[in-house]
Design a protein around this ligand. Structure first.
Ligand code: SF4
Length: 322
């Protein structure tokens, strides 16, 4: 409970516009289920290389069930199964696990794996790949690690795309990280296409459905609210992008990890508040935020109509029947 709950009669009004879709995507659902089923199948502890998804709440809940999170394979003892996170891993990681005789379960999102396979095929076809993404993000490290060193060049910004001087401009292809800003990426891709008209594009869009849908939903409510809160972790790429979308629309916007992080003074002058959540943030965190706001304001809550989502990814065969 907040100690400073406002008396009922003094509560100012606050209209909440709840973005839809928001929160968990099919890849995050699947990755969490993989850790839970691995614990059921093999017994605790199960090691997980990197946060399974970028959310502290999810990680703590899985720790309580028997997962141990580490950053590198070297930290996994012999004879204990290890799960690879939804972001994907460089090829060297499963190779090293196999060399050590470790059982490993790959929770890489199938939409990230799709980009990995495209990268392999393009390199086999002799193309040099320009990969649009954010340096240091685990998904980018994983995708760069699918091909031999030097076969892919990372493009982080439109300036990078303008400055690039490739050895063979007629033999390029591009791919992108799955959780980028739809608008920024469109600009970078337009630059690449203008500078290198023969560049080969991916067969389908690499930015995933969940990222695109959540950005579109935030764009929609940003025109109707005074400020917008996004629940998500600072290292969650798709959550950070949602804040950027709202800021670009001229709205005050902020990323919070949970309701407790919100300084109520930030809401001064706000009559209509938008709320969204990144693809790795559980719905429980949205409900906790609405509950906390309800202790200080007379809230009215409206769930927006967004793109319906029904995507479900199959579990790995070894766990499907667990
Ligand atoms: Fe997969 Fe997209 Fe979810 Fe990432 S955000 S786990 S790519 S569906």
């Amino acid at each position: 409970m907040d100690g400073d709950t406002a008396p009922l009669s003094n509560k100012p009004p606050l209209d909440l516009l709840i973005a839809a879709p928001r929160g968990f995507c099919a890849g995050v659902d699947r990755a969490i289920r993989i850790v839970e089923l691995s614990i059921e199948k093999y017994g605790a502890p199960i090691y997980v290389r990197h946060e399974i998804v970028h959310n502290r709440h999810v990680v703590e809940a899985l720790k309580a069930k028997g997962a141990i999170f580490v950053e590198e394979l070297d930290e996994v003892p012999d004879g204990v199964p290890v799960v690879f996170s939804a972001h994907g891993v460089p090829k060297a990681v499963p190779h090293k696990a196999a060399e050590r005789g470790l059982d490993y379960i790959d929770a890489t999102c199938p939409l990230v794996s799709k980009v990995h396979r495209q990268a392999e095929r393009l390199v086999e076809a002799g193309r040099h790949i320009l990969f649009v993404g954010h340096r240091g993000h685990p998904e980018v490290i994983g995708t760069l690690g699918q091909v031999p060193e030097g076969a892919m060049t990372l493009i982080e910004t439109n300036e990078d795309a303008e400055a690039l001087m490739p050895a063979d401009p007629a033999n390029l292809a591009f791919l992108t990280q799955t959780t980028l800003s739809v608008d920024d990426t469109a600009q970078v891709v337009a630059t690449l296409r203008r500078r290198f008209p023969l560049i080969q594009a991916p067969r389908g869009e690499d930015i995933c459905y969940a990222t695109s849908n959540r950005q579109a939903a935030v764009k929609d409510i940003a025109t109707q609210c005074d400020a917008l809160l996004v629940i998500g972790a600072p290292n969650s790429s798709n959550s950070v992008r949602l804040v950027e979308v709202a800021l670009r629309a001229g709205r005050r916007a902020k990323l919070i990890e949970s309701a407790a992080d919100l300084d109520l003074a930030w809401l001064d002058g706000v009559r209509t508040l938008g709320i969204s959540a990144g693809a790795s943030a559980p719905e429980l965190l949205v409900r906790e935020l609405v509950d906390r706001l309800g202790r200080h304001f007379t809230v009215s809550e409206r769930e927006m109509n967004g793109e319906p989502e029904s995507m479900v990814f199959k579990l790995p065969r070894t766990l499907a029947a667990a």
